[in-house]
Design a protein around this ligand. Structure first.
Ligand code: UD1
Ligand code: CA
Length: 456
């Protein structure tokens, strides 16, 4: 079967109350339209057409990497008119699958069943039964139970409105048929629109079988028109991802308090506590534990790492056996070797830290290269910025940096050196020696604290 997918995405989305076009609002960090395109892609179609309208240039630009043909619908004159815009590019022998750009959670296997329902020249129609069908097109069946038409809610009689089988909007049929029927559509209805749904009655008239298929869950056909529906589908999507991870063996302390906005891959025996958000590409090895309230973006975490509560880690690599946090911030460009400890209230930026080194308390390490087995004392600061440019700090292997040290970059501390606490190091410190800069301690014998003057 030669397949062309047509994704309708020209609707205005006014109820989102946003300058961002509706289909670019995200589910799991991906524009909702990208979900539809990705699912359609898994059906290996010969072509994919996205009908865009409002804010179209922004949509095209945002999704320019995706393998689709963009078709503009100048005016939103209805779903039938929207499909008509793509038809000139679709050969008669193709099967056309119509999807909506604002219905992001349809499963590929449901669409496979829909395509199977269109085989042999039939029309496949995805319908569902809803407790509250208000607003949807209703599926009209005859006494034999065969579909004979779709009637839009606004055009329906009271009796028709009591039907709870609805049109999801997704259908599959041959390009030749669709072309013929769409050319015959009119807009003589309550909304003055060219309804794609009118092709159903035309199919029946022409003796084409209409075969219905149902989704396995209602979430698959739910559309997004406002922020409340966006949030609802986001939650469903997140729970689905959480289920998939738990199936792989991940321990999620609470699958309802866990978000992946991108791609997460995990090893064995990974434990993730509540309120962890993973964004972009996150790779986690075996035996890793992530504490509560952590934010990880584009991070790779090797085996046996413990990330304690409240850490923010972005664009960084964490070596095996390392221990991070609680309350650590690891910024882009950081590479930690194995068995590194980064403790509380420590910020690391664009730094490499060698195996077995420790930065345990209240420090800022930026634009630095730190060797192996280095101990960076509490409150140590790399002064990397002179107000105009950034400079490097190099700390070689086996250095001990005393607490409250400022390292004024560019500066190098040689291997095995010791820096006395409270030092301001503005020149290179030689290897193996104690270097310190500290005003000599003095004691004023007999000095008295001032006392408050009595009011007259
Ligand atoms: C449509 C169906 C209705 C179905 C419902 C399911 C028609 C006439 N009605 O109704 O039977 O129950 O979907 O949600 O088809 N779009 C365009 N260009 C247009 C109009 C719409 O691209 O000119 C796109 C929208 O962006 C959206 C989709 O088509 O993705 C459906 O449009 P919408 O206005 O939501 O259709 P409904 O009137 O709700
Ligand atoms: Ca709709």
């Amino acid at each position: 079967m030669k397949l062309s997918v047509v994704i309708l995405a020209a609707g205005q989305g006014t109820r989102m109350r946003s300058k961002l076009p509706k289909v670019l609002h995200t589910i799991g960090g991906q524009p909702m339209l990208a979900h539809v395109i990705r699912t359609a892609q898994s059906l290996a179609p010969d072509a994919m057409h996205v009908v865009y309208g409002h804010g179209g240039e922004q949509v095209r630009a945002a999704l320019s990497e995706l393998p689709v043909q963009w078709v503009q619908q100048q005016q939103q004159l209805g779903t039938g008119h929207a499909v008509a815009q793509a038809l000139p590019d679709i050969a008669a022998e193709q099967t056309v699958l119509v999807l909506y750009g604002d219905v992001p959670l349809t499963r590929a296997d449901t669409l496979q069943r829909l395509l199977a329902a269109a085989e042999g020249g039939a029309l496949g129609l995805l319908t569902a039964h809803l407790d509250d069908p208000t607003g949807y097109g209703r599926i009209i069946r005859d006494a034999q139970g065969d579909v004979i038409a779709i009637v839009e809610h606004k055009d329906a009689s009271d009796a028709q409105r009591r039907i709870n089988e609805i049109n999801t909007g997704m259908l599959a049929v041959s390009g030749a048929r669709l072309r013929q029927w769409v050319a015959g559509l009119d807009n003589k209805n309550s909304q003055g629109e060219f309804y794609l749904t009118d092709v159903i009655a035309m199919a029946v008239r022409d003796g084409v079988a209409v075969n219905t298929v149902h989704p396995s869950a209602i979430a698959e056909i739910m559309g997004i028109n406002n922020k409340s529906q966006l949030a609802e589908l986001e939650r469903i999507h997140q729970l689905q991802q959480a289920e998939a991870l738990m199936t792989q063996g991940v321990t999620l302390r609470d699958p309802a308090r866990f978000d992946v906005r991108g791609e997460l891959s995990v090893g064995r025996d990974v434990v993730i506590d509540v309120n962890v958000v993973c964004e972009g590409k996150v790779v986690i090895g075996d035996d890793v534990s992530i504490g509560p309230n952590c934010y990880l973006r584009d991070v790779s975490i090797a085996d046996g790492v413990i990330v304690q509560a409240n850490c923010v880690i972005e664009e960084a690599g964490i070596g095996a056996g390392s221990r991070i946090g609680p309350f650590a911030r690891i910024r882009p460009g950081t590479v930690l070797a194995d068995d590194v400890h980064v403790g509380n209230f420590v910020e690391i930026k664009k730094a490499e830290i060698g195996q077995g080194s420790k930065v345990n308390h209240l420090s800022y390490v930026g634009d630095a290269t730190i060797g192996k087995r280095v101990n960076v004392g509490a409150g140590t600061i790399t002064c990397n910025y002179d107000g105009a440019n950034k400079h490097q700090t190099v700390i070689e292997d086996d250095v001990f940096v005393g607490s409250d040290t400022q390292l004024i970059a560019p500066v190098t501390v040689g291997a095995g050196a010791t820096i006395g606490a409270g030092s301001t190091i503005s020149k290179d410190a030689p290897p193996g020696e104690l270097t310190l800069s500290r005003a000599p301690q003095q004691t004023r014998k007999g000095w008295k604290r001032p006392v408050k003057k009595k009011k007259a």
